[in-house]
Design a protein around this ligand. Sequence first.
Ligand code: ZN
Length: 205
Amino acid sequence: MKIICIGRNYSEHIRELNNETPEEPVIFIKPDTALLRNNNPFYIPDFSKDVHHEVEIVVKINKPGRAIPVPFAKDYYTHISLGIDFTARDLQSQLKAKGLPWEKAKGFDHSAAIGEFFPITDFSSTLHQLPFSLHKNNVLVQSGNTHQMIHSVDEIIAYVSNFFSLRIGDYIFTGTPAGVGPVNHGDILQGNIEDKEILNFRILG
Ligand code: ZN
């Protein structure tokens, strides 16, 4: 199992970090040791003073494939969830400034929190117009809608599968909307797709 993540897929988030808008999807991978499931608490690692939450729609791959054409991408998933792409922003900024890979800042242990998966048909909106949100300590910090994505889920699957063969059980984080920010000891993160609660867990450290 691998965790494939898409960066810079929502314009307002690109602006808040002063990044350039990429023409092609920005891809990175987290190892399986990054998984955090079952609303277990997230422990802030010692090597960062500025770990950020990035709430994202997560798609689970249910059929193996490579070089998948966009019109067929929808045959490769049925279930989605919500995840947090935890990012050590201070470390990432240092690595980016040196032109080095982000892995340490993005792929560390438990940096990929993922909630329970639900069939897309459980939601009243389609995957192309799906609202989702993140509350921190009962305050709304991120809200997005998949229609704001620069690259759609199907375009992402097609693109990614040109480089990495997809296997059953792989996860794809599809990018975060604006409003990323730090987490601190004692915070509660609560994430929704539409009005369904998908994530609810504590930050410790
Ligand atoms: Zn992200």
